[in-house]
Design a protein. Structure first.
Length: 235
């Protein structure tokens, strides 16, 4: 691991009523520790997973619209509002890495075409591949150095089979790289020995895979599909 912890600089926050400073994530937590090379952020939408991931990317010097330190492109609403209010603790500090932001990946692919950097992504425009293929092309060709990789919902364009492919890529790189991943995928969360941090209930809590809502709801649905659908659709 390289990134050991994140400290929320509460003394710098002057308006706790504005987003994202109104989030329970900010009110109820001060230091987040990392204990594994692969860490997952889980929780309901709006709990602050992406907000914290963007803040980490900002402090790493990565483009918060998606990319690394040398990717200069702009996407509206990609500013890291929490970026100046966290401190990262490293041992050792590294500068290599990438912030993968699923919701602005189209703009990132356009940026790569504009700067003529296709060779670093498999030699083919990311726009000339399916959404899922372009995601995997990024993972296979751009990832590989001793680095920290920040992934925001990488499963967005990946089929279950390709999510398994992503797990193999993470496994290959995890011996010399660190991953922090915000996800809703019960497949990705099944990565062995990963640290899983739940953002639900305000207080960040480290939980086991089998205790995540993602695992429990998916398992319940698969084992009792007819019953659950009946309960959902009944008046």
């Amino acid at each position: 691991m390289f990134l050991k912890s994140i400290t929320i600089l509460k003394e710098k926050i002057t308006n706790t009523k504005d987003y994202p400073f109104s989030l329970p994530l900010i009110k109820n937590n001060e230091v987040i520790h990392f204990s594994a090379n692969v860490t997952f952020f889980v929780g309901e939408n709006g709990s602050g997973k992406s907000t914290l991931l963007e803040a980490i990317a900002y402090q790493c010097g990565f483009n918060t619209a998606g990319g690394g330190r040398n990717n200069n492109h702009y996407v509206e609403a990609s500013e890291a509002a929490l970026g100046d209010y966290v401190r990262l603790s490293w041992l050792p500090k590294i500068t290599n890495g990438f912030f993968m932001r699923s919701e602005s990946f189209y703009q990132f692919a356009t940026h790569i075409d504009e700067v003529g950097a296709r060779d670093s992504y498999g030699g083919k425009s990311l726009h000339c591949q399916s959404h899922g293929e372009s995601f995997l092309s990024l993972f296979k060709n751009r990832f590989g150095k001793k680095a920290i990789y920040l992934l925001d919902e990488p499963e967005a364009a990946l089929s279950p089979a390709r999510q398994l492919s992503l797990l193999t890529i993470i496994k290959e790189l995890s011996n010399f790289s660190q991953f922090i991943i915000a996800t809703h995928s019960p497949i990705l969360l099944g990565y062995p020995d990963a640290q899983i941090i739940s953002f639900d209930h305000g207080q960040l809590t480290e939980i086991n895979y089998e205790d995540t809502d993602h695992y429990q709801i998916t398992r319940r649905f698969l084992e009792n599909r007819s019953k659950i659908l009946k309960e959902l659709f009944e008046d």
